[in-house]
Ligand binder design. Structure first.
Ligand code: ADP
Ligand code: ZN
Ligand code: ZN
Length: 741
C-alpha cells in the first residue's frame, strides 16, 4: 500500500502530497490522519508528515515510511484541507492544531518552585541568526525552535521533547538566548476540593424560552445556530449550564469556548460547582505542554464530558460533540491573528453541520456581523431583556472634556471624576480607571471641538506618520498634510494622542499621593507577571486604584469596585478601523458592567471630547438595538462588513525595494484576475505600524464579498508570489482580520 503524505512544513512548495511505501508491519495501523516520520530529500533527520490519502500504486520509485507517531481522523483531515484554502495556509499548519501536543507530564508538586525556560531574544532575531549560520549546532536550533512554540516549558520537558541534554540548554543560557525563571507550580483549579456543589436555578420565563428553543435542537440532533443576546447579568451562563446538562444526558460532549483572558479559576469554578471536576477538561494556551497533554488525553479517552477552553479548544480531539457554546462571542480572541488565521466561530459552524448539533453564541454586545445574521434569519435570535437577579445597572455619567477645557481645567481628570475618586477613597472603596486605547497609531484631534481628520474616501481616522510628518489613510493610502489649525473651528489647540497609562498613573500619584495604585497594560503584563496576578493583587492587597487599558474590563468580578472612570473614550473612536464605533460601544458597555455588580451604588464616569457620538450616547443607555440600527446604516452606506469582506494582504521583509516589487506584482495579478464589478483592489501602502523589529511592513486591501472563486484566485496569487520570491518577503492574506495594523 502507498500513503500520500503532507510534510509538516510552512514552505509553500511543500503544500502538496508525496507518495511513500507503507511497510508491511505497520500497514494495519496506518490510516488517513496518521502522523508518521519519513525520510525526506537531503534532510538528515526524519521529517514529520501527515497521511492524507491511501492508494494501491504509484508511478514513482518510493521511499518507505519510517515510523508511525499517532492518528487523527478523516473528518479532521477534511477540515484541515478546507481550512488551508479558506485561511490561505498549509494543510500541515492546520493539522498541527488537531494533534496531541507535548508529552506525558511528570507528577508536579503543588506550590513547589520549578524552573521554566523563556527566550531572551525575539523569535525573528533568532531565526535570522539561524539563517545566517550564527547558531550552528543542530541541537541548539532544535531547542530554540521548540521554544518558539512552547515558551515556559520546564527544562525536563525540553530535554525529553527535543532529545537534548541539559548541558545544551545551559550553553544557550550562557550565550544569552534563553533564561531560566523560577515559577511556583500553580494549583490546578480542578484539583481544589472545597468547591461547593451548586444546584441549578429555576429559570426565568425569558431564560426558559431560550433554553427550550435550543433544547429542541439537542433532542432532534439537528444543526442550528442561536444567538443569546442579553445584558450582563441576564443569566446567559445559567442557560449554558443547563444546556450542557442536557447534552451530557445524551452521552454527548459539550465544548464551551470563552475568551482567553476570562479563562480564570473563577470561570472554571462555576462549572465545577455544577458538574464536579472529574468530567471537565480545560484547554488554553497558558498550560504547560505537560498539562496540555494530560487534558488532551482525558478528552481522547472519553473521560471528559465538558471541554472548557479558549479559541484552540475548538479542535479538541473528540468526534462526539453535542453542543458548542461560544460566550462573549464578540470577543476578538476567537479569530487567530497568526497562521492559520482561523475563526473559531466559522469552525464551530462547520463542525456542527457535520455533526448535527447546535451552536450557541452569547453576548451582551454581539458583533454587528452576528446580529445581522440573526436579523436576516441565518441565526435564531433569543433575547434576554432583564437582569436575572434583579440587580440594577450602574449609573453612567458622560463628561464633556471640551467643556472642562473651556472652564480652564487642563488636567486628565474632570472635576466630576476628581470628586468621585476623592469620595471613593474616603469610603475605602476601590476604583478602576480605564484608558480606552486600542489602536496602536497616533491620531490628531482638536481639543476645542473634538474634530479628527478622517479620510475622504473611507471615513476612517487618518494616522499621523512622524517620519514624513503626514497624515495617511490606512485603507486606501490617501495622504494629507498635517493640520495645525482645526478645519472645523479654527482653533489651534490640536493634540496628538498616543499611549498614556504611565502618564496617567504618574498624574494620579501626584493628585492623590496617599492612594495605592497598580497598573495593567502591555508593559506591566509580562510572562512573569500575568494579567491574573495583577488582578489578584488589586483584589487582595488593599490597592485603591487599578489603572489600565482595555485588559481591565473583561470578565472579572470585583465586589468592592464602586467607581469606574473612563479617562478618554475617544481612544477607540478614532482607531483607524471601520469597527471604531462598534469597539467603542462594546468596551464602554462592558466597562459599565464592571461597577456595582452587587451593591446598587455603582457609578461609571465616561470622559470624552465627543459626548454626542452615538456609540457613547447609546452605551450610556445600554441601548444595543438602537446602536445596531445606526451602525448598520453606516456600514451599508460605506460598504463595510456585513455588506462586504475586507481582505488584507500583508507583506514584510528587510528590503523595501523587494517589498515594493512583490506587492506590486500581487496588486497587478489581483487587479487583473478579480472581477472589477465586485471587488475594489487598493494599492499597496506601508502598514500603520510600518516597521516591527527591523522588518518593513506593507499591506494592500481588497473590498468585496468573498466567493469560492475569489478564494481560489487569492490562493493562486500567493503561490505565484511565493515562486517569485521564496523567502525574502513574507506574504499573508487574511479575510476580516481583527487588527488592521
Ligand atoms: P450572564 O452570564 O448573562 O452575565 P449569569 O448567568 O452569570 O449572567 O447570571 C447573573 C447572576 O444572576 C448570577 O449571580 C446568577 O447566579 C444569577 N441568576 C442567573 N439565573 C438566575 C435565575 N434563573 N434565578 C435567580 N438567579 C439567577
Ligand atoms: Zn476644532
Ligand atoms: Zn481612505
Amino acid at each position: 500500500m502507498i500513503a500520500e503524505v503532507i510534510i509538516d512544513s510552512t514552505a509553500k512548495q511543500l503544500n502538496r502530497t508525496f507518495d511513500y511505501n507503507i511497510p508491511k508491519e505497520i500497514e494495519d495501523y496506518i490510516s488517513i490522519g496518521s502522523t508518521v516520520l519519513v525520510p525526506f530529500g537531503k534532510m538528515k533527520d526524519l521529517e514529520e508528515a501527515y497521511v492524507v490519502g491511501i492508494k494501491e500504486s504509484s508511478p514513482y520509485e518510493l521511499k518507505s515510511i519510517a515510523r508511525l507517531k499517532y492518528n487523527i481522523d478523516e473528518n479532521q483531515i477534511r477540515l484541515a484541507k478546507w481550512m488551508s484554502k479558506k485561511y490561505f495556509c498549509n494543510v500541515s499548519d492546520c493539522i498541527k492544531l488537531m494533534v496531541a501536543p507535548g508529552i506525558k507530564r511528570k507528577q508536579e508538586v503543588k506550590d513547589k518552585k520549578i524552573n521554566v525556560v523563556y527566550l531572551k531574544k525575539e523569535k525573528e532575531e533568532i531565526e535570522d541568526e539561524i539563517q545566517k549560520g550564527i547558531i550552528k549546532s543542530e541541537k541548539q536550533k532544535r531547542i530554540l525552535q521548540f521554544l518558539f512554540e512552547n515558551e515556559g516549558a520546564t527544562s525536563s520537558e525540553i530535554e525529553m521533547f527535543t532529545d537534548c541534554s541539559k548541558a545544551i540548554l545551559k550553553t544557550l543560557e550562557k550565550n544569552g538566548y534563553v533564561e531560566f525563571i523560577e515559577k511556583k507550580v500553580e494549583r490546578n483549579p480542578l484539583e481544589q476540593k472545597n468547591i461547593e456543589k451548586a444546584e441549578k436555578l429555576k429559570l426565568t420565563d425569558e431564560q426558559q424560552y431560550a433554553f427550550d428553543e435550543i433544547k429542541k435542537s439537542i433532542d432532534e440532533n439537528s444543526y442550528n445556530e442561536f444567538l443569546i443576546h442579553g445584558v450582563t447579568g441576564s443569566g446567559k451562563t445559567e442557560i449554558y449550564l443547563q444546556l450542557i446538562e442536557q447534552t451530557i444526558k445524551k452521552d454527548k460532549i459539550a465544548i464551551m469556548l470563552v475568551p482567553e483572558i476570562s479563562l480564570t479559576p473563577q470561570t472554571i469554578e462555576r462549572f465545577i460547582s455544577r458538574f464536579g471536576k472529574e468530567e471537565i477538561a480545560v484547554l488554553h494556551s497558558k498550560l504547560s505542554i505537560g498539562e496540555r497533554y494530560d487534558e488532551w488525553n482525558k478528552i481522547k479517552q472519553g473521560k471528559a464530558k465538558i471541554i472548557i477552553g479558549a479559541r484552540s479548544a475548538i479542535f479538541a480531539p473528540t468526534n462526539n460533540v453535542g453542543i458548542i457554546i461560544i460566550d462573549e462571542e464578540h470577543d476578538s480572541s476567537y479569530k487567530s491573528e497568526s497562521s492559520p488565521r482561523y475563526n473559531a466561530k466559522e469552525i464551530a459552524s462547520i463542525l456542527a453541520k457535520q455533526g448535527n448539533f447546535p451552536v450557541v453564541l452569547g453576548s451582551a454586545t454581539p458583533e454587528i456581523n452576528t446580529y445581522y445574521k440573526a436579523q436576516t434569519g441565518k441565526i435564531k435570535l433569543l433575547e434576554l431583556t432583564k437582569r436575572a437577579n434583579n440587580s440594577k445597572l450602574p449609573e453612567v455619567e458622560v463628561v464633556d472634556l471640551k467643556q472642562e477645557l473651556a472652564n480652564g481645567n487642563r488636567s486628565m481628570l474632570s472635576v466630576s471624576l476628581y470628586k468621585a475618586i476623592e469620595e471613593n477613597l474616603k469610603n475605602k472603596k476601590q476604583i478602576i480607571l480605564f484608558l480606552n486605547r486600542r489602536g496602536f497609531s497616533t491620531f490628531i484631534m482638536c481639543r476645542e471641538c473634538g474634530y479628527t481628520v478622517k479620510c475622504k474616501n473611507c471615513n476612517i481616522s487618518m494616522t499621523y506618520h512622524k517620519l514624513e510628518n503626514k497624515l495617511k489613510c490606512h485603507y486606501c493610502g490617501y495622504e494629507e498634510k498635517v493640520v495645525t489649525v482645526c478645519p472645523n473651528c479654527k482653533s489651534t489647540k490640536i493634540r496628538y494622542f498616543g499611549t498614556g497609562t504611565q502618564k496617567l498613573e504618574a498624574e494620579i500619584n501626584k493628585i492623590f499621593p496617599n492612594a495605592k495604585t497598580i497598573r495593567m497594560d502591555v508593559d506591566t503584563v509580562t510572562k512573569k507577571n500575568s494579567h491574573e496576578e495583577i488582578l489578584n493583587k488589586f483584589k487582595n492587597e488593599n490597592i485603591d486604584i487599578l489603572i489600565g487599558t482595555q485588559m481591565v474590563v473583561k470578565g472579572h468580578h470585583f465586589p468592592n469596585v464602586t467607581l469606574v472612570g473612563v479617562i478618554a473614550a475617544d481612544g477607540s473612536l478614532n482607531i483607524d478601523d471601520y469597527r471604531a464605533n462598534e469597539r467603542t460601544f462594546q468596551i464602554l458597555t462592558q466597562v459599565a458592567g464592571r461597577a456595582g455588580r452587587e451593591s446598587s451604588d455603582g457609578k461609571v464616569i465616561i470622559q470624552t471630547y465627543n459626548p454626542d457620538n452615538f456609540s457613547i450616547e447609546l452605551s450610556k443607555k445600554q441601548d444595543y438595538s438602537e446602536f445596531y440600527k445606526i451602525e448598520l446604516l453606516l456600514r451599508k452606506q460605506l460598504k463595510y462588513p456585513p455588506f462586504c469582506d475586507i481582505i488584507v494582504i500583508g507583506f514584510s521583509g528587510k528590503n523595501e525595494a523587494d517589498i515594493k516589487k512583490i506587492s506590486s506584482y500581487m496588486y497587478n495579478y489581483l487587479n487583473q484576475n478579480m472581477d472589477k464589478q465586485r471587488y475594489s483592489v487598493f494599492n499597496p501602502v506601508p502598514s500603520p505600524i510600518d516597521k516591527i523589529q527591523n522588518k518593513i511592513r506593507w499591506r494592500m486591501i481588497i473590498k468585496g464579498k468573498m466567493t469560492v472563486g475569489a478564494y481560489e484566485t487569492i490562493n493562486k496569487a500567493l503561490k505565484e508570489v511565493y515562486k517569485l520570491n521564496k523567502k525574502n518577503v513574507a506574504v499573508y492574506a487574511d479575510v476580516n482580520p481583527n487588527n488592521m495594523i
